[in-house]
Design a protein around this ligand. Structure first.
Ligand SMILES: [Zn+2]
Length: 310
C-alpha cells in the first residue's frame, strides 16, 4: 500500500507513523532521541528511526515509503531543508533533508517546524478543518503560534513567523529568555501558571492542572492566578487577531486541557477587548500530541502532489 513516513522530533522523544494517502495511520511508533549522547547522536537516531520505518513498510505494506515528512523544534529553514538551531537538541545547521533523502533511498523529504507542522494538521484535519484563515496557539512550556493561510502555514522571511509567545503584554512584567520583559509566555504558558500557582498556594509541587482544579472548586487565590493568565492571554490574542483577522483561533497545549475552565473566561476576555475586530471562533485543539506527526504526514503528501503538478 502506498504510504509516507511521518516523523515528529521532540526534545526527548520522537513520534512516527506510516500514513496512507487518505490520512490513515498504518503504523505508529515512538522512540527516544538520545539527546543525552549529544547532537550527532540525535541526528543518527532520527536517520536510523526513518530507515527502520522504511523497512517496516517494505515488510508489512508491500512497498517502501514514497516520501517522508519530518517536524523538528527550534529554527527551521524549510525551503532548504535545514534544521538551523534547536536549543533542546543542541544542533546547528543540520542538512536534515539531504541526510534523510540519502538514508531513505532518494525519496523526497519535507522538513517542517514542529508547531507550524502541528498547526497545519489542526487547520486541515483537526479543530480548524475547513477554516481558510486560522491561528493555532499551543500553551505549553512556552507559547508558540502557527498562522494558517489558505491551506498552508506562513513561516515568515526568516522562519520566525507566529512567535506570539514573545508579544509583550506587560512591559514591566517578568524577564523572558528572549531578552524582553513581560512576554505573553512568561504570563500565560502552562509553565507560567504552574510557577504562579506554586507560589500562591505554597505548594512547590502544584502545577497548572492543579490550579485549574482549584479554580473549579472556587479557591479565590487560584481564581486570581487564573484571571491574571487569562487576561494576559486575551491581550496577546487580541494583538494577533488585530493583525491577522483569523476565522478560527485554535488553542492547544497543556493549559487547554482545562477545557471550559479556560475557554469560557478566555472567550469573554477576548470579546471584552475587541472593538472593531471580528471575533474568531475560539476552539480547543483536537489532535493532541499527534498533531506534529499528522502534520509531517501532510507535508510529505503535499510534496508528492506538488511534484506531480510541477
Ligand atoms: Zn520573550
Amino acid at each position: 500500500m502506498k504510504h509516507v513516513i511521518a516523523l515528529d522530533v521532540g526534545g526527548t522523544g520522537m513520534k512516527a507513523a506510516l500514513v496512507g494517502a487518505d490520512g490513515a495511520l498504518l503504523h505508529e511508533a515512538r522512540r527516544a532521541t538520545g539527546r543525552e549522547r549529544g547532537p550527532d547522536a540525535v541526528v543518527e537516531s532520527i536517520l536510523t528511526f526513518a530507515a527502520d520505518l522504511r523497512a517496516y513498510g517494505e515488510e508489512h505494506l508491500g512497498e517502501s515509503a514514497v516520501a517522508a515528512g519530518v517536524a523538528v523544534p527550534g529554527i527551521v529553514d524549510a525551503e532548504n531543508g535545514i534544521a538551523v538551531y534547536a536549543s533542546n537538541l543542541g544542533w546547528r545547521d543540520v542538512p536534515m533533508r539531504e541526510l534523510l533523502g540519502k538514508r531513505l533511498g532518494g525519496v523526497p523529504v519535507a522538513l517542517g517546524h514542529d508547531v507550524r507542522t502541528g498547526g497545519l494538521a489542526e487547520g486541515r484535519i483537526g479543530a480548524g478543518k475547513g477554516a481558510d484563515r486560522f491561528l493555532f496557539v499551543p500553551l505549553g512550556t512556552g507559547i508558540a503560534g502557527a498562522i494558517g493561510i489558505a491551506g498552508t502555514i506562513e513561516s515568515g522571511a526568516h522562519g520566525y513567523a507566529g512567535e506570539i509567545g514573545h508579544i509583550v503584554v506587560r512591559p514591566d512584567g517578568p524577564d523572558c529568555g528572549c531578552g524582553q520583559r513581560g512576554c505573553l509566555e512568561t504570563l500565560a504558558s502552562a509553565s507560567a501558571v504552574t510557577r504562579a500557582w506554586a507560589a500562591a498556594s505554597g505548594d512547590p509541587t502544584a502545577d497548572a492542572a492543579d490550579c485549574a482544579k482549584a479554580v473549579e472548586s472556587g479557591d479565590p487565590a487560584a481564581v486570581e492566578v487564573w484571571r491574571n493568565a487569562v487576561d494576559a492571554l486575551a491581550a496577546g490574542l487580541v494583538t494577533a487577531l488585530t493583525l491577522l483577522d483569523p476565522s478560527t483561533l485554535i488553542i492547544g497545549g497543556g493549559l487547554a486541557e482545562a477545557g471550559e475552565t479556560l475557554f469560557t473566561p478566555l472567550r469573554a476576555a477576548v470579546e471584552e477587548r475587541v472593538t472593531f475586530q471580528k471575533l474568531p471562533h475560539i476552539v480547543p485543539a483536537a489532535l493532541g500530541d499527534t498533531a506534529g506527526c499528522l502534520g509531517a504526514g501532510l507535508l510529505a503528501w503535499d510534496l508528492l502532489s506538488t511534484e506531480v503538478s510541477a
